[in-house]
Write a protein that binds this ligand. Structure first.
Ligand code: ADE
Length: 237
């Protein structure tokens, strides 16, 4: 999969070279490039924002650098084997005014060949950029949740990690993807490791029983109990 991120703070994304996503880039499974939006400015101050038409607080990101960035990144949109792709990119703008990102969204986006993330700052991006982007690909405005961040960078970090780990080959043992929170609509069960007694606290004896059937049902009950206590909305209660 190819991922391009456009931001005025490229160093936010340094962390994506670590751990599993770093390895995926080294092995060529993931082709991730972070671009500075200011590369597509032409004035001495590399200006990316201006005052809002109609007045109001704050600044709005200018359309011209975004237009050039999207033209350049959407052109050719090569597939993972380097050949030109027939498919158009999916262009994602993180926004508190977007659809909420869930595990289902991550699963859907993990099937795409080319994702472009555009990180807005200030009071947002000139609305015409979203209209123009729709001529180049599928546009999605996506929110991390019902709260406001200072910009899209942290949201894009979270989305790239959630999507990236679902690309086949990124997580070494694919079974570990199955038994986790949100994969089957429930929260995950509690995990324990050695020692079996720690500071007078015992591991639930059933986990030491060797009875795989009983362990599986205990874990399932745990999932349902936890989900009911912490996230009843997931059970539709
Ligand atoms: N930018 C600012 N707040 C955001 C949020 N909650 N989700 C995605 N992008 C954002």
């Amino acid at each position: 999969m190819r991922i391009d991120v456009v931001t005025i703070f490229p160093s936010y994304f340094d962390g994506l070279t670590l751990s599993l996503l770093g390895k995926a880039q080294d092995s060529g499974i993931l082709d991730l490039t972070v671009h500075d939006l200011r590369e597509w400015t032409h004035d001495r101050h590399r200006t990316v924002d201006d005052t809002p038409y109609g007045g109001g607080a704050g600044m709005v990101m200018k359309p011209e650098p975004w237009g050039e960035a999207l033209d350049s990144l959407a052109a050719g949109s090569p597939s993972s084997d380097g050949s030109p792709s027939k498919s158009r990119p999916t262009i994602i703008f993180p926004s508190p005014a977007g659809e909420v990102f869930t595990q289902a969204t991550a699963r859907e986006l993990a099937t795409r060949e080319h994702l472009i993330f555009g990180c807005g700052r200030y009071e947002g991006i000139d609305e015409r950029v979203f209209e123009y982007a729709a001529e180049l690909g599928e546009v999605r405005l996506i929110s991390l949740g019902d709260y406001v961040l200072n910009g899209g960078e942290v949201a894009v970090m979270a989305m790239v990690e959630a999507i990236g780990r679902l690309i086949p080959g990124v997580v070494g043992n694919p079974e570990s993807l199955v038994e986790e929170s949100h994969e089957d609509g429930l929260l995950e069960y509690a995990s324990y490791t050695k020692p079996s007694v720690w500071r007078d606290r015992e591991v639930p004896p059933i986990l030491l029983s060797g009875n795989h059937g009983a362990i599986a049902s205990w874990r399932r009950e745990q999932q349902v109990e936890r989900t009911r206590a912490r996230r009843p909305d997931l059970l539709g209660d």
